[in-house]
Write a protein that binds this ligand. Structure first.
Ligand code: CAA
Length: 237
């Protein structure tokens, strides 16, 4: 699968690699990238050979510096409406991925970049990563799930601080608040993501998918509902 303008898609054994690839614009997320990602994620979801997906940024400066501000700020209303539609579709697509997603985060992880990272199940970060949500300072709010996924990940108090102040976290602080799972030196980030992905890909895919589903869906349930879900999933493997 190739030919995307803004994404590089690669497969190696059971691991798929999705690279946000606009390094000249710090991998800013534009409508073309939404279209490309939507297509790639759909194909990955339908591909039983793919057991784990690694999402990363092209170049060495950024995972993603958020929405493409040049496009976003100049778009006419119908384009904005289309953009919102794609954000919703992308959100559905990301949140319904059966395979685990690992984010490999380096450099700038801003706005939509954090939102993409939060759709992932495990976040590995380079020590040079910086995390921020500039939306409110731009007169908007995150609209690709960030107001919901961030507090569910790091708690309401810290999420509120990030959202309202636009103060950015360095990698150490991101680790401390639980925004990322692990820190690595920049040169070790992709090898670590690959090793982790290959390890997960070596396990029974039904067990892996069931474990992911139990945690993901369980987060929106009461404990008793979650325990019922766990029982059902355990029987289904
Ligand atoms: N959109 C479009 N282009 C961007 C961009 C963005 N979000 N971020 C960076 N770029 C471009 C710059 O315009 C520049 O291009 P040129 O060389 O053609 O001028 C190139 O990437 C390199 O950027 P800088 O020269 O600015 O690099 P820097 O290291 O000096 O600064 C930065 C890096 C602090 C991240 C700065 O680029 C920046 O503040 N970018 C904007 C971040 C931002 O506010 N993102 C939007 C968040 S809101 C959101 O994502 C939600 C939503 O849906 C709207």
């Amino acid at each position: 699968m190739s030919g995307f303008e803004t994404i590089i898609y690669e497969k190696d054994g059971g691991v798929a690699y999705v690279t946000l690839n606009r390094p000249e614009a710090l991998n800013a997320y534009n409508i073309q990238m939404r279209d490309d990602l939507y297509e790639v994620l759909g194909a990955v979801a339908d591909d039983p050979e793919v057991r784990v997906v690694v999402v990363k940024g092209g170049g060495d400066k950024a995972f993603c510096a958020g929405a493409d501000l040049k496009e976003f700020m100049s778009a006419p209303p119908p384009t904005q409406a289309r953009m919102i539609r794609f954000q919703r579709d992308i959100w559905d697509r990301f949140s319904n991925m059966a395979q685990p997603l690992i984010a490999a985060l380096n450099g700038y992880v801003l706005g939509s970049g954090i939102e993409i990272a939060l759709f992932c199940d495990i976040r590995l970060a380079a020590t040079n990563a910086r995390f921020g949500l500039p939306e409110v300072s731009l007169g908007i709010i995150p609209a690709a799930g960030g107001t919901q996924t961030l507090p569910r990940t790091i708690g309401a108090a810290k999420a509120m601080e990030m959202l309202l102040t636009n103060e950015w976290l360095d990698a150490a602080e991101a680790l401390r608040v639980g925004l990322v799972n692990k820190l690595l030196e920049p040169q070790d980030l992709l090898p670590a993501a690959r090793a982790m992905a290959e390890r997960i890909a070596s396990y029974n895919p039904n067990a892996v998918r069931a474990a992911k589903q139990a945690v993901r869906r369980g987060q929106d349930m009461s404990l008793s509902q979650g325990l019922r879900l766990e029982k059902l999933l355990a029987r289904s493997i």
